[in-house]
Every structure is written in structure tokens, then in C-alpha cells.
Design a binder for this molecule. Sequence first.
Ligand code: AMP
Ligand code: MN
Ligand code: MN
Ligand code: MN
Length: 279
Amino acid sequence: MSASGENFDLHCHSSASDGVLAPVELVRRAADRGVTTLALTDHDDVDALAEARATAAALGVRFVDGVEISVTWRGTTIHVVGLGIDPDDAILRRGLESVRGSRAVRAERIAEGLAAAGIPDSLAGAYAHAGNPRLIGRTHFARFLVERGHARDVKAVFQRFLVAGKPGHVPHQWAALADAVGWIRAAGGRAVVAHPGRYRIDRTAMRELLTEFKAAGGEGVEVVTGSHRRDQYGEFAALARELELLASRGSDFHGPGEGADLGALPPLPRGLTPVWHDW
Ligand code: AMP
Ligand code: MN
Ligand code: MN
Ligand code: MN
């Protein structure tokens, strides 16, 4: 919530990617929680947007078509959010299709790694949690592993099984940074670096990432996100001001009880230009 009474939540997931709630339920929850402008940003897929947009219209919530694209930059996975995209744009659709294409094979390899560690049947188990089989991902494996009692919650599963050096980790090559930004721009959207505080890169590399992103046509960076600790808001606000990037705010909501809820985060720090400044 801001002084104006507006509450922008520009990053969240439905069951079309690795969120728990169906698009209709997600938008209802956002409305109930006081979100006035919502962007749905499923990973590498735009198919839930039409349904979410219709629900938002019925409930009086302003809706922004979004997507969160998986990118590999210097060997690190980076997420780039596109806001205000045209979901029917052919260039964007083709690009997303290419990113999604490798997920099924990767899932098989994750399952092999887990089987070798003594956990059988995780491929079927993960697919049972996937609302959209084209978008099978690590979160679906995590929910299966929690269900089987291998860890307390999704966060703990990631640390024990799904990150580099663990049995269910598979190195993967996603889209190139400039390609992802190009697809978003081709579809009329605004590109935003998601949760920069999560990437394990040093300060110099972070500046290089954001500089390269801007040179490719990227415009914004998430400052207030459920994927940042509170002490990181100031750090990325300063970087946004210095590098003249627009600032975004989004919960990165995946489901009730999994991290930040819709619309619940603090407002953006002062002295920033919000990504929605001209909406
Ligand atoms: P994938 O695109 O299949 O590699 O899955 C990435 C997703 O996994 C992210 O969007 C998060 O939802 C989730 N994720 C990644 N790392 C963690 C973590 N450490 N704890 C909880 N969820 C995570
Ligand atoms: Mn996710
Ligand atoms: Mn992300
Ligand atoms: Mn996300």
C-alpha cells in the first residue's frame, strides 16, 4: 500500500507455472488482499493471462500482462520479468517456447539424480504437482519431496536436494539475456531484472549485469520483492538510483504459506521512479 492508496503487486505465479493457485483463485486472493494493480508473471509461459485478466476485470483489479523469463548469464540463472507484454506476440511466443522446450529433459535428469540418491518415482511425483506439464520445474519436485517427508518445507528441500552440488541439481542453459529482453520489447513490454539480491554474484558483476541489461533495452529492477531480505531493499534502491533504472515491487507469491503473500510488502523506498510511473 502506498500513500496514494494504490497497491502494486507486479510479480506472482499461478498453477500455469509453479504457483499453487489456479489463475482465478490467485486474482481473487489479490483482490481480497487489497492489490489494486496486479501483474501475473508465470515462468516462461503466458497461457494463464487471459483467464486472469478476465477475473481481474470482473473484480475491479487493474491487470498487467506479465511473464518471468529464465536466463543464463555468465553461468548464473537470472530471471527477467516482462511487464505490459502482448501475450499474442509471435516473437515472444516463439522465444518462450524455446525456453520451455528443455524443461522435460531436465526433469528426467533431476529424477535420475534423485533416484541415485535413493528417492524413486520423483518424475511422476513432480508431474502430479504440475498444473501445466509444459512448465515442469524444480518447485514441483520440491513439493513432491515435502509430501514424501524428505524435508520440512519447500525451502529446506531446495537446500538439501535441488541446488548446485546436491543430488537433484542439473546444470542448465536458459535464454541469453539480450534475447529475453528483446522478446519482451518486441511484445511491447518493459523488462525488469527480478530479485537481483538472490543471485550469487559479487558487486562488480551485479553492476555489469545491470549495465549489460540496460544496454540491451532493459528498464527496471525489482527493489521490494518477497525474494529479498528487508536489508536488501535499500541496497537495490541505491543501485536503481545510481544506474537510473525504474524500480518495481512484487511479492513473488507462489502459494499460501510459501513466502510473501500478495500485496503485503512495504512500499518502494523514496527517491525512486516506479516502473508504473507512466501507466
Ligand atoms: P526452475 O525454473 O525449475 O529452476 O525453478 C525455479 C523456481 O524454484 C523459482 O522460481 C522458485 O520458485 C523456486 N526456488 C528456487 N530456489 C529456491 C529456494 N532456495 N527456495 C525455495 N524456492 C526456490
Ligand atoms: Mn517459481
Ligand atoms: Mn524468479
Ligand atoms: Mn517468480
